[in-house]
Design a protein around this ligand. Structure first.
Ligand SMILES: Cc1cc2nc3c(=O)[nH]c(=O)nc-3n(C[C@H](O)[C@H](O)[C@H](O)COP(=O)(O)O)c2cc1C
Length: 344
């Protein structure tokens, strides 16, 4: 089904993609801040029951906006009018941080990929609280938290505990005392988990993807350590580290379609090794509804996306819902609840 909204991005996309990627990013953030898309918001109804439950919260559909697009809560009302089943704000830091020197983005258009080196810029937890507190949102909200010390994480949680009960801990920020990320340094990871125990709400640990057997072993070792301490929710995956001279710092994180096989494999590894005690949000390279189908079928409780929004435009959720429904019908599934984990 083609709607006028879909045609509209077919015209806009070549214009946006003819701009340098950093400029295109700034223009699109400006458009969301001005709520330009809200006038065309998604009103379409799904034909099949797409509702599901994530960590005790009911979602009208399994598609969430991944962390990184709405970093400061400045565009939360605008993005939640686009049909997402939930949204993630952040990653939020305790104090304002400018991120890395620009340029921040390189497109890998033919591969449906993007590399970013934003370096987790944030206007800080107090600003985000001021943005989110007055909102009355139509969909559940999750806050993504990051920081360089355990104390940083706890400060963000403390500041924002009135605006959400669902959290995603982004562990890919370098720890100030070691220069390594929490994922690279088991000792600081353990300390972080101990700190987070005092923060007993629904909490997802977001991890980076791995390409090697050693990476798989390390990630699963971390995950089982977390499970033993009672942390059973994971978001798989963050971006994949790559080098690119065109970026301000010469390296960044790859997102988009090339990540999909890694995210799907990580989901399957986690389900196999950690059993059905855990809940996983699948994220990484979901560009089409049939990829969302695969991820849910492999056991993801919900999915998130970001690069697909950039590649397919503000009405991406409507497109994904239509595609997911048509894959479900073709394969004889009548609801998302029936689909989730069917192939495990
Ligand atoms: C521009 C950009 C900024 C991002 N910023 C964050 C962030 O602040 N925190 C985080 O946990 N992940 C961040 N990510 C990673 C995404 O949340 C997601 O895990 C990753 O992009 C894979 O999903 P995708 O292929 O659908 O984009 C960012 C990704 C992109 C492309």
């Amino acid at each position: 089904m083609i709607t006028s909204q879909m045609d509209f991005y077919q015209v806009l996309r070549p214009l946006l993609f003819s701009l340098p990627p950093d400029m295109a990013h700034d223009v699109s953030q400006w458009a969301f801040r001005r709520r330009l898309w809200a006038r065309l918001s998604f009103e379409g109804k799904a034909e099949l029951p797409l509702d599901t439950t994530l960590a005790g919260t009911d979602l009208s559909n399994p598609f969430g906006l991944a962390a990184g697009f709405d970093k400061n809560g400045d565009i939360t009302a605008a993005v939640t009018s686009l049909g997402f089943g939930f949204t993630v704000v952040g990653s939020v830091r305790a104090a304002p941080h400018p991120g890395n020197p620009r340029p921040w983005f390189v497109r890998r258009t033919r591969a449906d990929g993007l590399v970013n080196s934003m370096g987790l810029p944030s206007r800080g937890a107090a600003h985000v609280k001021g943005q989110l507190e007055p909102l009355s949102l139509k969909v559940p909200l999750m806050v993504s938290v990051t920081g360089e010390t355990t104390d940083d994480f706890l400060r963000v949680c403390h500041e924002l505990k009135g605006v959400t009960t669902h959290w995603e801990m982004n562990l890919s920020c370098p720890n100030t005392s070691t220069g390594r990320t929490f994922e690279e340094d088991l000792e600081s990871f353990r300390e972080l988990l101990n700190g987070l125990r005092s923060h007993p709400q629904h909490l997802f640990l977001k991890l980076t993807p791995y390409e090697t057997e050693r990476g798989r072993e390390r990630t699963l070792e971390m995950a089982s350590l977390a499970v033993r301490r009672g942390f059973k929710n994971f978001t798989l995956c963050n971006t994949l580290a790559v080098e690119d001279d065109r970026l301000g710092i010469g390296r960044g994180g790859l997102s988009g379609r090339p990540l999909f096989p890694l995210a799907l494999k990580a989901l399957r590894d986690f389900n196999q090794e950690l059993g059905d005690e855990i809940s996983v949000i699948g994220v990484g390279g979901i560009i089409t509804g049939s990829q969302a189908f695969e991820m849910l079928n492999a056991g993801a409780k919900a999915v998130e996306l970001l690069t697909a929004l950039i590649l397919r435009g503000p009405f991406v959720v409507e497109k994904l819902i239509r595609e997911l429904e048509s894959t479900m019908k073709a394969k004889d599934f009548s609801s998302v609840r029936e689909l989730i984990g069917h192939s495990i």
